[in-house]
Design a protein around this ligand. Structure first.
Ligand code: AMP
Length: 457
């Protein structure tokens, strides 16, 4: 395979890629980068994990003019989680050049601080369509000098109803801009978007080399009202380190998560009614392993980049086969079998029958009475999460938190896990048996010379 050196990248970028451990381009990067660096429009079929962020990010950063203080690059993403992830990746790539400012503009958080940050100037904006549109309307963001626009996970943005917003935003950019469109699927409305807004795009489709995940599925017929007991039984039996349980309604998510928590399981509900702060907290706790069960609606889970779970449970069968496939697709890694379990009441039987017809193969059913006889045995998570009421805006950095925990004969660094910083709060994963000690230290001690409120999540 070719290395990055044949792509004509700046020396600084090559050194930086080396530091990031990128030795050679992924297939999508090898195909897309020459076009991106050459200023051409690109339409690329790429999934998360393909290296698509660097495929546009390297080009975006190499082509920027750092001394020119105007928004030159805009990346539109379907969700805040993805936008945060992309911004983080771009900042890492931008270490190759001095003074490149990357700003995220997403909904669900106060707009005031974003306006403040915009007034200081930014080279690259990463955001969700709704909020970017808000700023354009208010006149706090101008795209008049934009040279590169990226639509990331364009199919998901269209699925989420952002089509009008995207067209509105595109209409406020110079027609000379370079437009890069990344999408995991190829429906007609993606092709229309490309035809409407791209000039002679280079079409890139990299063969999917990852094997289809191998998913073992099992179905259980249950009676209405047995969902929570059946879920508790599956969790007790299989002891998954992480599991998403899909529900249809927000109320059902809350009820099941609450009942499970009352029975000792570390379960959290995720649905569209959560405030952004709470959503952040839920996702961090699930990602760092301190909560093991996420009880979620399809809509809330759609924006998540959670893959490779050991277990997915459908508390109710999905209404159609496509949603079912999408749900269970979150389990199983390449080369490792995933497990998916679906509960179905007699009334919901037709949904499963349809699934069976589409697959043209028989489904495997488990013994419900045996399942329901399993006593509760909650999975004990190895970590707990501490929440600190201070974040990036308080100038707190991960190193400060680590220092406060480990300094002066404090905790060993090995007891401290992932540290997640947000604007005004931070989350620290701590080995369960050290969690109380860590809490006491942070309550008494100081971070960056200041005392912050701390609590156990
Ligand atoms: P993405 O598909 O953009 O989400 O990237 C998936 C992961 O691959 C990220 O963790 C990247 O840091 C990593 N990555 C991207 N490009 C390369 C590369 N050329 N070599 C090694 N890792 C990479």
């Amino acid at each position: 395979m070719s290395s990055f050196s044949v792509l004509g990248l700046s020396r600084a970028m090559q050194t930086n890629l080396d530091r990031l451990g990128y030795q050679q381009p992924t297939p999508i990067q090898a195909e897309a980068l020459p076009a991106v660096l050459g200023g051409k429009d690109v339409i690329a079929m790429a999934r998360t994990g393909s290296g698509k962020t660097a495929a546009f990010g390297i080009g975006l950063i190499e082509r920027l003019r750092p001394r020119h203080f105007a928004v030159q690059g805009l990346v539109l993403c379907p969700t805040r989680e993805l936008a945060d992830q992309v911004a983080k990746a771009l900042r890492a790539l931008a270490r190759a050049r001095h003074n490149i400012k990357v700003l995220t503009l997403c909904g669900g958080v106060a707009i005031g601080p974003q306006i403040g940050s915009l007034s200081h100037g930014a080279h690259i904006v990463v955001g969700t369509p709704g909020r970017v549109q808000d700023h354009l309307r208010k006149g706090t963001l101008s795209l008049a000098q934009l040279s590169m626009l990226v639509l990331d996970e364009a199919d998901r943005m269209l699925d989420m109803g952002f089509s009008d917003s995207i067209e509105d935003i595109l209409g406020q950019t110079p027609p000379t801009r370079q437009t890069l469109l990344f999408s995991a699927t190829w429906p007609a409305d993606i092709r229309r978007l490309s035809e409407g807004y791209q000039r002679a795009p280079v079409d890139i489709r990299v063969a999917d080399t990852e094997p289809e995940p191998d998913i073992e599925e099992l179905f259980y017929e249950i009676q209405p009202g047995q969902q929570t007991d059946a879920l508790a039984a599956v969790l007790s039996q299989r002891q998954p380190a992480a599991c998403i349980a899909f529900c249809t309604t927000k109320q059902q998510c809350d009820d099941i998560a609450e009942t499970l928590s009352g029975r000792g399981f570390r379960a959290l509900a995720l649905h569209g009614d959560l405030e952004q702060r709470d959503r952040d907290a839920v996702l961090v706790r699930f990602a760092n392993g301190s909560a093991t069960v996420l009880v979620a609606t399809d809509v809330a889970a759609r924006g998540l980049d959670i893959q490779g779970l050991p277990l997915v449970v459908n508390v109710e069968p999905a209404r159609d086969a496509e949603v079912h496939t999408h749900r269970i697709g979150r389990t199983g890694r390449a080369g490792e079998a995933g497990h998916a379990i679906t509960f179905c009441t007699p009334k919901q039987g037709h949904r499963v029958t349809r699934l069976e017809q589409e697959r043209r193969s028989e489904l495997a059913w488990g013994e419900t009475a045996e399942l329901l006889a399993i006593p509760d045995q909650p999975v004990a998570p190895a970590v707990r999460t501490l929440v600190i009421a201070g974040g990036r805006k308080n100038k707190v950095r991960p190193g400060d938190i680590l220092g406060a925990l480990t300094g002066d004969a404090g905790l060993p660094a090995s007891a401290v896990g992932k540290i997640d910083l947000f604007e005004f709060q931070s989350f620290v994963a701590i080995e369960a048996q050290s969690a109380r000690k860590a809490l006491r230290r942070l309550e008494k001690g100081r971070i960056k010379g200041r005392q912050f409120r701390v609590r156990m999540a």
